[in-house]
Ligand binder design. Structure first.
Ligand SMILES: Cc1cc2nc3c(=O)[nH]c(=O)nc-3n(C[C@H](O)[C@H](O)[C@H](O)COP(=O)(O)OP(=O)(O)OC[C@H]3O[C@@H](n4cnc5c(N)ncnc54)[C@H](O)[C@@H]3O)c2cc1C
Length: 395
């Protein structure tokens, strides 16, 4: 749709919103963002971005800055131990573009957003913090948007990138509530010992404890396990609660659990997912990122999916004559990829949650035989689905 540039309003300045703003502005569209938070304030800890997400960041021109701000894991290595500290197996994640793009990067979330928002500022994208949307009305050729500051904006396209509990989703009449997955995730930030450079997973019965470098001097840890619905943990108790939940973990986990003193930087998240059939748009209002397809975190792919959404949306708008066609092909291209990630991630999480102590030896043996094949199978299928998505855009 290169006949005219569009006025685009993006709701939400998370990964999806920031990346979409960059991709669309770089294609010449006039983009603005409204973000409900009063300041760029991102729940911190870390995130890992695999090669497919880094490829999208490369397309957005952010790769070098992101690599400099984070920690690419040497050789893409993931070392597995069981909760007694016994080594199980090591796997290698695939790189991209003949090794130019690393297999996996750990980065502090706030650092990733610093890079993204610096680019947004450099591109001159207006950002209204402390603002949300009160109402949306279809008008000829566009949408009238009522903002919480009392102003009204007329725009050609609204992108709801407002996360798992998207208000935009409800506003366009999509009655799909996030589903509580039964899992909680405990995350903490620690000093990184200089010799700890691998991604490490410690596998307990029905629990996982991960360790991931995120910078030259920091790493983050994350523990996943089943948690009751709606259980409230008082934030002041999060460090001691996280330590208690994984107290039986030995080996590489032990020193970091011992580090969880009062006041340590710990975050608890009850994990929800959003499974939304197509279309992901109603008229000229489109959902992307977690608003359309929030996933459990077991494959560490939700952020990468949000980055890819941004790149593919910008491509779809260029490739189609009308906005309606572009939004249709965007959904058709992205749903199979996002659904695959959601399905694999959910089944990995649920299989882990069913484990009991007596299963550990058999599980470890199975991992020694098959863990690398599973990694290769997952990334191989993801690459096929990405290629199918590209082909849909080209038709
Ligand atoms: C425990 C956990 C660990 C994870 N680990 C990883 C990982 O290692 N790697 C990975 O790739 N992914 C990971 N993910 C997934 C990843 O965090 C998400 O997929 C990603 O953040 C989605 O980005 P988003 O921009 O769609 O949503 P969000 O990051 O949620 O951003 C939404 C933005 O919209 C704003 N907003 C919300 N409502 C409104 C409103 N009404 N008006 C205006 N603004 C609004 C919010 O303030 C926020 O800034 C993890 C998820 C969880 C839960």
């Amino acid at each position: 749709m290169n006949r005219g540039r569009l006025d685009i309003l993006i709701v939400g300045g998370g990964i999806a919103g920031c990346c979409a703003a960059i991709a669309l502005t770089q294609n010449g569209h006039r983009v603005r963002i409204v973000e409900k938070e009063n300041a760029w304030r991102f729940q911190s800890s870390g995130i890992f971005v695999y090669a497919n997400g880094l490829v999208s960041l490369d397309k957005l021109g952010l790769l070098d800055d992101i690599l400099a701000a984070g920690f690419p894991v040497p050789g893409g290595r993931n070392a597995y131990f069981d909760h007694t500290g016994a080594a199980i197996v090591e796997t290698i994640y695939p790189t991209a573009d003949g090794g130019r793009i690393p297999a996996i990067l750990g980065i502090r979330r706030a650092e990733m957003h610093r890079v993204m928002t610096a680019r947004i500022a450099a591109l001159g994208v207006p950002v209204q913090l402390g603002t949300n949307v009160r109402g949306l009305e279809d008008v000829a050729g566009g949408v009238l948007v009522d903002l919480s500051d009392g102003t009204q904006v007329r725009t050609n396209l609204v992108i709801g990138a407002d996360g798992v509990r998207s208000a935009t989703r409800a506003m366009i009449g999509i009655d799909v509530a996030p589903r509580y997955t039964g899992f909680g995730v405990w995350r903490a930030v620690h000093r990184r010992p200089a010799d700890l450079t691998d991604k490490i997973m410690v596998m307990g019965p029905a629990k996982r404890f991960g360790i991931m470098p995120i910078s030259d001097d920091l790493l983050y840890t994350f523990g996943t396990l089943a948690e009751p619905k709606d259980h409230h943990y008082e934030p002041a108790t999060w460090p001691e609660t996280m330590a208690a939940k994984f107290a039986e973990f030995q080996g590489p986990a032990a020193r970091f659990l011992a580090d969880l003193h009062a006041g340590a930087e710990v975050l608890y998240t009850a994990v929800e997912e959003v499974v939304l059939p197509l279309p992901w748009h109603r008229g000229r209002v489109l959902l992307i990122g977690d608003a359309a397809h929030a996933s459990t975190p077991f494959m560490g792919q939700g952020g990468a999916m949000a980055m890819q959404d941004a790149v593919v949306l910008a491509q779809a708008i260029e490739a189609r004559e009308t906005l309606g066609e572009a939004l249709d092909v965007f959904g058709a291209a992205r749903l199979p990829v996002c659904q695959f990630v959601q399905d694999v991630s959910r089944s990995v999480g649920e299989a882990g949650a069913r484990e009991v102590e007596g299963d550990i030896e058999a599980r470890n043996a199975e991992m020694r035989d098959g863990a690398q094949a599973k990694v290769d199978g997952f990334y191989g299928r993801l690459a096929e689905l990405d290629a199918e998505a590209e082909a849909k855009l080209a038709v």
